[in-house]
Every structure is written in C-alpha cells, then in structure tokens.
Design a protein around this ligand. Structure first.
Ligand SMILES: *Cc1c(COP(=O)(O)O)cnc(C)c1O
Length: 361
C-alpha cells in the first residue's frame, strides 16, 4: 500500500534530533514562552523574510488573532475563498466579522482577482487569501486591489511553507500571514502549533499581547486577549525540522515535476504547472469527472488518495445559517478533486508505480 501520508516516515529521519530537542526542553524546566519559542520565531521570520514572527497555538488561532488585532468595526466584511478548507471562513466568523466568499480561478484554485474586485463593498476591510495546495495566490493583483480600496491583505499560508512568489516567500507577500504547523503540513510539529508573520511593528506588538491574555507583564492585562501560544516543546521540534524544509520541498517539486510530465491519463486535469518550480506542493490535486470510480480503482491497486475537500464551506451545516450564496464552480471542483500521494518520503519505485497505475486508470 502507498499511504497518502505516513507521519512516522515523515519524522523518522529526524528522530534522534527530535528526541534531543525534547530532552533539552525537559531539562530546562521552562515550557511556555521561553527561549525555544523566541529562537524559532527569529529563525522562521528570517526564513520568510519578515520583521516579526509570533508563535501561537494553531493555524486557526493565527487567522483569528490577525483579524481581531486589526480591530475592524463590527459587521465588517472579509473576502475569503469559497473553494478550500473551512478554517479560513470560520476564523472570519469567530473574529465577529462577515465572510464574503469568492469563486476560485479554475486553473490555480486560488481566488480570482477579478471576482474578488466584484465583491468589494463599502463594508469590506480585508481580503484573506489562501495559497491553496501550496501554490501562492496572485498577491501582486490582490495587493494592488487592497491598496486601491484601503483594505488589508492577509495570507493563509498554512499549505505554503517555503512557496515562492516573485522574489519573495509565502508569509511575506501581504500585510500579515497565518501559519499552521499541524503535523501533516510541509513544516509540521508533533502536535498543534501555529504562527503569524508580519513586518508591521504595531500589529506584531498587539498580537504579542493578544496571544497571552492581553498581557506582557505577568498579572497585568492591558487587553482582553486569549491564551494561544506555541509551546516550547513544539518550537524545539520545529527548530529541528525548519533547516530541512527546503530539501524536502525540493523533493516534493521533483515528484510534482515527474507527475506533471509523465501522467498522461486523458480523463485527468492536472495541476497548473506554470509556477511548479516555486510551489510548495503541499498536495498534488487532480480532477476526474468520475472521481469515486477512479479513487476506488487506485485503492484496489494499493494507492491511498484523499479528497481536499469533500464538502464546500457554504454547504456545511455549521455555516448554512449565514446564507453565504451560490458557488457553482466551487461545487463542481469539490466533486472532482482528488489528492494523489505526494510527499518527501516517496521512493523512486513508488513514484514509477504511481505514474504507471494512474495512466492505466
Ligand atoms: C491546516 C489549515 C488551517 C488550520 O490550521 P490548524 O493548525 O489545524 O488550526 C487553516 N487553513 C488552511 C488552508 C489549512 O490547510
């Protein structure tokens, strides 16, 4: 069986270093907001090219805290992708703001700047874009749109660790970026973790309070904040894995290149290859008009696939009462997408077998 992703294999090359990192934290006796988090924040900010990085509890909190820190008026609208994972929309709702969904560009799956422009209203305060599957959104077009209308541009970079757009890395393409280090991400912790990157000094300062009960001095609270902190053990693990991220992404790009050039099944729509050498390839998502049939075929041939994601956000019972609108393109894509196994642990033999089998399906 070729599993979609085996986290034991993903972490195996680093087990010695990870164990040493855990022991280092254990013997320090300091577990929350200490030297490991401060060091990781510096290292990840340097990696992304931003002035600041703030560790938080998870990706969802990173998104919500950015939106709260901007202190937009109640009922402000935030434009978010209709096609993608529900965390992005839920963060807007949980920050007390109104999500306004936009259909994607059918070839990149990222927000279509033309469609974003059409949904800007007098109440819009921000555009929250997602670099879906590891491909950066067109932040040149979205940034121009945001500037023209006085809006904040925010990245959900949870699938784009190490992705590049133009001369810059994901996380440094907008006013602020939210990161998740959920174990399956390109840079994954051994538990929950998240971060915010930004070069906005004032925003970083507010977030430093907000993530820690609104306090920088113990028992002195200046804002009504929350408790959402990256812990020392996860930060120590992330410090072990960050130096290998580019090597792992290089391997992902190699696999993606082979899939893109050697998969020739006429029933499949492959990912857009234009930016293939700069994408992070968090997922390799194809489309098939009879997805269930194709997925079953692959499973019988011992290839495990996944669907990202089976139910569109606007169809989720959790959000139904918001009457988000109709999104026919999004619905069609959700019915057709299928994620093939693509990760740095795939062997050359497994890649050969995947390509052969997919071409026979
Ligand atoms: C994983 C993910 C999140 C949420 O991250 P958590 O750490 O699980 O809260 C948000 N947005 C996208 C696009 C993601 O892939």
């Amino acid at each position: 069986m070729i599993p979609h992703l085996d986290l034991r294999l993903v972490n195996a090359p680093y087990s010695g270093e990870l164990e040493a990192a855990a022991r280092r934290v254990l013997s320090s006796g300091w577990f929350v907001l200490g030297e490991e988090v401060a060091a990781f924040e510096q290292e990840f900010a340097a990696y992304c090219g931003t002035a600041h990085c703030l560790g938080v509890g998870n990706g969802m909190d990173a998104l919500t805290l950015i939106l709260k820190a901007y202190e937009f008026p109640a009922e402000s609208e935030v434009i978010v992708p209709a096609f993608g994972y529900i965390a992005t929309v839920l963060a807007v709702v949980n920050a007390g703001l109104v999500p306004v969904l936009v259909e994607p560009d059918e070839t990149t799956y990222n927000p279509d700047p033309g469609r974003v422009a059409a949904r800007i209203s007098s109440r819009t305060r921000a555009i929250l874009t997602v670099h879906l599957y590891g491909k950066c959104s067109d932040t040149t077009a979205l940034g121009a749109l945001a500037r023209a209308h006085g809006l904040k541009l925010i990245e959900d970079a949870a699938q784009a660790h190490g992705a590049v757009f133009g001369e810059k890395k994901a996380g440094n393409l907008a006013d602020a970026a939210a990161w998740s280090f959920y174990p399956t991400k390109n840079l994954g912790a051994l538990g929950d973790g998240g971060a915010i990157t930004t070069s906005d000094d004032a925003l970083a300062e507010r977030l430093r309070y907000l993530r820690n009960y609104g306090s920088l001095r113990k028992y002195h609270n200046d804002f009504a904040g929350v408790n959402s902190r990256l812990d020392e053990v996860q930060a120590a693990f992330l410090r072990v894995k960050l130096p290998y991220l580019d090597t792992e992404n290089k391997r992902r790009r190699h696999v993606a290149h082979r899939f893109l050039t050697e998969i020739i099944n006429p029933n499949l729509t492959l990912p857009n290859a234009v930016t293939a050498e700069r994408d992070a390839w968090h997922l390799f998502v194809v489309r098939h008009p009879q997805r269930a049939f194709f997925q079953e075929f692959l499973l019988k041939k011992s290839i495990q696939t996944q669907i990202h994601y089976p139910v569109p956000c606007h169809r989720q019972p959790a959000l139904r009462s918001l009457n988000l609108g109709e999104f026919p393109l999004t619905e069609r894509l959700h019915e057709q997408v299928l994620s093939l196994p693509l990760n740095p642990t795939l062997t050359d033999e497994q890649i050969d077998y995947l390509i052969e089998t997919v071409n026979r399906g």
